[in-house]
Structures are given as C-alpha cells and as structure tokens.
Design a protein around this ligand. Structure first.
Ligand SMILES: NC(=O)c1ccc[n+]([C@@H]2O[C@H](COP(=O)([O-])OP(=O)(O)OC[C@H]3O[C@@H](n4cnc5c(N)ncnc54)[C@H](OP(=O)(O)O)[C@@H]3O)[C@@H](O)[C@H]2O)c1
Length: 235
C-alpha cells in the first residue's frame, strides 16, 4: 500500500505523515517538500522534492510511483513575506492573487490529472485536498481575504468536478475536500490573537481527524466537502 502526502513539509502535512505511519503500519509513505526537506525520517517514509504547480514535475512523479491507495494534498498559501491576506479590495494585487491560485487551486488539478491512473483500482482509494471553510460562498458573511477565498472556492469547484467525472471512471475512488479547522501552523500563526479559547487545534489533532475521516469514508461519499468534526461544509 502506498500513501502520497503532497506538502508533507507543512505544519499540517508533517503531522499527517506521522499519523499515516501509525494508522497504516503496512503502508509506504511518499511525502513531498518544496523549499526544505524536514528532518523527520522513518524506514517506511521517502521524501520527494516537488513543486506541485509544475506540471512536468507532477507528471514525472506519478509515472515513477505507479499505483497509490491514498493521495492527500496538504499544500496551501494564505500569506507571503510581502503580503497579508487582503482586508479590502484596495489591497488587491494580481501577483498575490496568482500566487494563491498557484498554491491553493492548481496543484490538486494537476495531481488529479496525473494520478488518475495510479488511483484506479478494484479496491477503495482516496484523493483528498485540504480546503478551508472560508472557501465556502454561502458561509461568507465577513468578506476579506479575497485571493485566499477565491482560490479555495475555485479548488472546491475543481475537486467537485473531478469527483463527478471519477464516479464513472474511478468508481472505487473517494474524492474529498477536507476543512481542517484552525490549526497551529505557519499559515495560521499571524491570526491566533483573537481566537476563542479552545478553537486552535494542534496539527496532530487535525491529522487524527483526517485519518478518522478516511477510515469512515467510502466511494459513495465521493464529492463531499467535509469538516474535521465529520459534518459537511456548505458550498
Ligand atoms: N492552518 C490552518 O488553520 C488552516 C485552516 C484552514 C485550512 N487550512 C489548509 O490546510 C492546508 C495546510 O495548511 P498548513 O496550515 O499546514 O500550512 P503551512 O504550514 O504553511 O504549509 C503549507 C505547505 O504548502 C507548501 N507549498 C505551497 N505551495 C507549494 C507548491 N507549489 N508546491 C509544493 N508545496 C507548496 C509549503 O511549502 P514551502 O514551505 O516549501 O513553501 C508548505 O509546506 C492548506 O491547504 C491550508 O489552506 C489550514
């Protein structure tokens, strides 16, 4: 059994790597990093460098790996050293918008395109993208964070579209969008100050809820946008 964790170097991604090693003692884990390979090692873990917005690199990795049982995309971007998420349309910058689309939307589409063959199986398989509740259009009551919201909403539409196509072409594959809840990581770090008590999850807790979600889900659940607490998130 092979499990691929894309963005395994991220705060949530690395916790998913560690939880997957425990939940699936028979599995080999292939985890990716982009700028710096984590120090964490394990005999069933292989690190692979990947810029998941690079089509050729994604295609080559899929070709090398062959069949895969679970693919989890834990990549994401909310801010950069130059940009915080927008508070108003006046702060909109096309370059930052493109960076959000390249990190939050494009990788899952490329991964689906090239790993479709790897995930086709007579047994259940999973294709999971980490999204965010702020990508929900109907749940948007506050505004702000335009580039992040738009790129996650686009991710949700893309993954839903893939789930519909794969119901016929990969009927044993469960395609899910996963909302991790606010989790302690570099991505959320600048926004911890006003959080209500108990609302900030540890990456470990978030990864456990994802493992439980996978355990409880079947191909019939494909196309769901599911939260860490097991409930569906409104589109
Ligand atoms: N943390 C939260 O509170 C929260 C809440 C809701 C949703 N989420 C979602 O959960 C996911 C994980 O977030 P996190 O908190 O773990 O963030 P994080 O710690 O900042 O990790 C994000 C990871 O994405 C990688 N990445 C970005 N662009 C990439 C690319 N083109 N190719 C390869 N890797 C790339 C980064 O690698 P480099 O460091 O090398 O750039 C980093 O390892 C994201 O999708 C995020 O939107 C998080």
């Amino acid at each position: 059994m092979k499990i691929v964790i894309v963005g395994g170097s991220g705060g949530i991604g690395l916790a998913i790597v560690k939880q997957a090693l425990q939940y699936y003692p028979e599995a080999y884990i292939i985890a990716t990093w982009r700028t710096r390979q984590p120090d964490f090692t394990h005999q069933r873990l292989r690190w692979h460098p990947l810029d998941a917005a690079n089509e050729k690199a994604v295609a080559e990795m899929a070709e090398q790996l062959g069949s895969v049982t679970i693919l989890i995309n834990a990549i994401g971007l909310l801010h950069t050293p130059d940009h915080r998420p927008e508070k108003t349309i006046r702060e909109f910058d096309p370059v930052f918008f493109q960076e959000n689309m390249a990190a939050n939307t494009l990788p899952s589409i490329l991964l689906a395109k090239y790993f479709m063959k790897s995930l086709r199986s007579d047994n259940p398989s999973w294709f999971i993208s980490l999204s965010a509740r702020v990508g929900s259009i109907s749940d948007n009551h506050l505004g702000g964070w335009l580039s992040y919201r738009a790129s996650k909403a686009a991710l949700n539409m893309a993954v839903k579209t893939i789930a519909i196509e794969w119901k016929v072409k990969l009927p044993n594959c469960c395609v899910l969008l996963f909302h991790p809840g606010t989790t302690d990581s570099a991505l959320s770090q600048p926004f911890h100050r006003n959080l209500p008590e108990g609302q900030l999850h540890s990456p470990n807790y978030t990864a456990e809820t994802l493992m439980e979600t996978i355990k409880e889900s079947r191909p019939e659940d494909s196309g769901r946008f599911v939260s860490f607490d097991g409930n569906d998130v409104d589109w």
